[in-house]
Design a protein around this ligand. Structure first.
Ligand code: PGA
Length: 253
């Protein structure tokens, strides 16, 4: 399963309702004949249903967040099964912006992953990555190891379940500058080796993808092509323009 790359657009809270649906239409038209990779778009919650109608089945829809309980008195939250009912096939879990602004931690991320894996056909995109201070002080490897252990330790993965790990160095997100491809390759290798220790190599090869996120655009993506441990990209800013997003996706498949 590692051959097919996945390119995921994270539209964050950057677009209004009409803007979201207009962009969904543009993406749909642009990717009409796209082959060779999986494309997923994560709009805001309010736009999910309409965006799904527009995008159809060739382009997948994902959510940017989800709660760990299935049902109940949890004002303001959205459950994994509700997302699946709305046609979502992916959900981002523990994005660094949520870790920063909403105090989401890896215990919460752990509970959320388990809840998502209970729902058929909903694939978690688990975000990890070090901050600038951790990188500066050479703690990246330990941070990645620790985040993976906390997020996924003791999680049962069914034979056909998929998990995407998005390595997003926090200091590169939204900065306009991606990290060096060799650094991404190194970090992805750490992730893969840690997962191998936790789940065994055959499970990792079959059930996991490791993707990069942080200021990727259609130009710098070219340097990432062919990296051994790169299964795709999580794209923020550059996914807000259908043309740019298309060029980026074409370059990486
Ligand atoms: P960026 O965002 O591409 O704008 O850096 C990536 C992300 O936050 O997932």
């Amino acid at each position: 399963m590692r051959e097919e790359k996945i390119i995921i657009a994270n539209w964050k809270m950057k677009l209004g309702l009409k803007e979201t649906l207009d962009l969904a239409k543009e993406v749909k038209a642009k990717f009409k004949d796209f082959k060779g990779g999986e494309i997923a778009v994560c709009p805001n919650f309010i736009s999910l249903l309409e965006a799904k109608k527009i995008l159809g089945s060739a382009i997948k829809v994902g959510a940017q967040n989800v709660f760990w309980e299935g049902n109940g008195a949890y004002t303001g939250e959205i459950s994994p099964s509700l997302l699946a009912e709305a046609g979502c096939e992916y959900v981002i879990i523990g994005h660094s912006e949520r870790r920063k602004f909403l105090m989401v931690n890896y215990e919460m991320i752990h509970r959320t992953i388990k809840a998502v894996l209970k729902v058929d056909n909903l694939i978690p995109i688990v975000c990890i990555g070090e901050n600038w201070d951790e990188r500066k002080t050479d703690r990246r490897d330990f941070v990645l190891f620790d985040q993976l252990q906390q997020a996924l330790g003791g999680v049962d993965i069914g034979p056909d379940q998929q998990i995407i790990i998005a390595y997003e160095p926090i200091w590169a997100i939204g900065s306009g500058t991606a990290i060096e491809p060799s650094e991404a390759e190194y970090a992805h290798k750490i992730v893969r080796l840690t997962l191998n220790d936790m789940f065994g190599m055959s499970v990792v090869n079959k059930n996991f993808k490791i993707i990069y996120g942080g200021s990727i655009n259609s130009k710098n993506v070219k340097k990432f092509v062919g990296l051994e441990n790169l299964d795709g990209m999580l794209v923020g800013g550059a996914s807000l323009d259908a043309d740019e997003f298309y060029k980026l996706a074409k370059a990486i498949i």
